[in-house]
Design a protein around this ligand. Structure first.
Ligand SMILES: [Zn+2]
Length: 336
């Protein structure tokens, strides 16, 4: 059952991008949780869930010990439990679904949006969680919020959504109800100048740089929609964008991109070419492509000139140098 639901969620870019998001099921003191770096989309083809004893995880969250060392699976496996194992353990329901819905991210990053969520989710019991680093910090905050009430819906600012329940169908219905209320309109996309992009790619190929066009046309809006590009220049809006796309994009004009050399793109997997479109370099993974598509949709759903809360420099530093995230990227690359 958890495999079916996870596959269903994992195959929707609206909810899950790359190896992001995670699901779990608890029974008799044991929790089955998605392994770090594995993608929910592959849950039916691949063994992505591992079992853990719940009590030691909760005890470590309550105490001040480092909780990640306590995430020991009950079976012999090379896989590691999801970064978010702690939050799944502390939520006292059989099923926990943690996704990264594009609408939730687009709405939650806008200053003052908590009041908007209150209006849109009127009648649903839900809890607002300010941004904290995923993993231990987020587990602790969720644990504290649960002491106050038994909500089944958590809106994670600059991050995503958690929906829980003892009945999987009811949990899914609840998730659908929440998401239908948060549906957000996108701005129209200006078509990219494909001819110009192809010329640029030809010039780069002559300079020994392999570049190609993204499959998803919408990604070009990061270059052709001025507000989307402005947002793309800011710090990332949510953790997985930073993890898979890097801190800042490489931005060029139609003229300057033709002058770049191999050494100039060593730390980049794509480039935004102002008002023209986006090109990908040969080191761009499928995960990065999904994240760029997600970013383009999110940016098109954020009203122009909104006051937007990005991750702070401190938040970004904490994610960039985190072993748990480096492990997750390694595993998700090996799955491609
Ligand atoms: Zn998450």
């Amino acid at each position: 059952m958890l495999k079916d639901i996870s596959s269903l969620l994992g195959n929707k870019l609206e909810l899950i991008q790359a190896s992001g998001g995670n699901t779990s099921y608890k029974e008799n003191g044991i929790m089955w949780i998605k392994a770090s770096g594995k993608s929910l989309a592959s849950s039916k083809m691949d063994d992505i869930f591992i079992p853990l004893a719940i009590d030691p995880i909760i005890n470590s969250i309550i105490s001040k010990t480092e909780i990640e060392t306590k995430f020991k699976p009950l079976i012999k496996t090379d896989l590691k439990a999801s970064i978010e194992t702690g939050l799944h353990a502390v939520i006292p329901y059989s099923f926990v679904l943690h996704t990264h819905p594009l609408d939730v991210i687009a709405l939650s990053v806008v200053e003052g949006s908590k009041a908007l969520f209150s209006r849109l989710l009127d009648g649903i019991d839900w809890t607002w969680i300010d941004y904290v680093k995923p993993g231990e910090a987020l587990s602790k905050v969720i644990y504290k919020s649960i002491n106050d009430n038994l909500t089944k819906v958590f809106i994670l600012k600059n991050h995503g959504l958690i929906v829980a329940g003892d009945d999987i169908d009811q949990a899914l219905d609840l998730q659908n109800n929440v998401l239908s209320r948060l549906k957000t309109k996108e701005r129209n996309v200006t078509s990219p100048n494909v001819k110009n992009l192809e010329q640029i790619i030809m010039t780069l190929n002559k300079n020994d740089i392999n570049a190609y066009l993204p499959d998803a046309l919408k990604i070009h809006s990061l270059a052709t929609d001025s507000w989307s590009m402005k947002l793309a220049k800011m710090n990332p809006l949510y953790p997985d964008h930073l993890v898979f796309c890097g801190l800042k994009p490489l931005i060029h004009s139609q003229e300057s991109i033709k002058r770049i050399r191999k050494g100039d793109i060593i730390n980049f997997t794509y480039s935004i070419i102002k008002e023209v479109g986006v090109i990908l370099f040969s080191n761009c993974t499928q995960s990065t492509h999904s994240m760029l598509e997600a970013q383009s949709i999110i940016n098109l759903r954020i009203p122009p000139l909104s006051c937007v809360n990005t991750l702070s420099n401190e938040d970004c530093n904490a994610l960039c140098n985190w072993d748990a995230e480096l492990y997750r990227i390694k595993i998700s690359k090996s799955n491609q």
